[in-house]
Design a protein around this ligand. Structure first.
Ligand code: MN
Length: 202
């Protein structure tokens, strides 16, 4: 069964002014679509053809680079679109906020750490907030790897993530990755983050 591109849960222009419409059109319609297409090509006629995306990602260390990169790309972007929302952002509340305070001391410290992980990722990759052994941690992965992969340096369940590939921000922010990361916090869909947190800690 072939993988398909999930529809964006909002309009391309809905994340303005923090992420521009053109970036969303290209990022979702071209980049994410290409990961889906290339993943389907890479698994066609192989033993991986009928595996779930989660199954492929979990065994990234023993699948081909094409399946690892494009499967990771498909998983990461499907996750990312739902972490973003229009009229979102602000401070978290409830048990996620409690866990953030317990792990980092404050929400501001989490922001600093995640922004630093994103800015410090040389080349392309992702910064993550993960649940690891029941606790929150910030991590970062190169390329289209993610913390669910067996080959990840820091393994855990992502509850929030941000794409720091240039294609995610270059049209609006050019080389200013830190400004893009600063703007990202205005779009965080804390309801979705809370769902991921509940699943990762139950
Ligand atoms: Mn991307």
């Amino acid at each position: 069964m072939a993988f398909t591109l999930p529809a964006l849960p909002y309009a391309h222009e809905a994340l303005e002014p923090y992420i521009d419409s053109m970036t969303m059109q290209i990022h979702h319609g071209k980049h994410h679509q290409a990961y889906v297409d290339n993943l389907n090509k890479a698994i066609a006629g192989t033993a991986n053809e009928n595996k779930s995306l989660e199954e492929l990602v979990k065994h990234a260390g023993s699948i081909s680079p094409a399946v690892r990169n494009n499967g990771g790309g498909h998983w990461n972007h499907s996750f990312f679109w739902e972490i973003l929302a229009p009229k979102a952002g602000g401070a978290p509340s409830g048990s996620v906020a409690d866990a953030i305070n317990a792990a980092f001391g404050s929400f501001d410290t989490l922001k600093e750490k995640l922004n630093a992980a994103g800015v410090g990722r040389f080349g392309s990759g992702w910064a993550w907030l993960i649940v690891k052994d029941g606790k929150l941690e910030v991590s970062s992965t190169p390329n289209q790897d993610n913390p669910l992969m067996d080959i990840a340096e820091v393994k855990g369940s992502p509850i929030l993530g941000v794409d720091v590939w240039e294609h995610a921000y270059y049209l609006k922010y050019q080389n200013r990755r830190a400004d893009y990361l600063g703007a990202f916090w205005n779009l965080v869909n804390w309801k979705k983050v809370a769902e991921h947190f509940a699943n990762a800690t139950k």
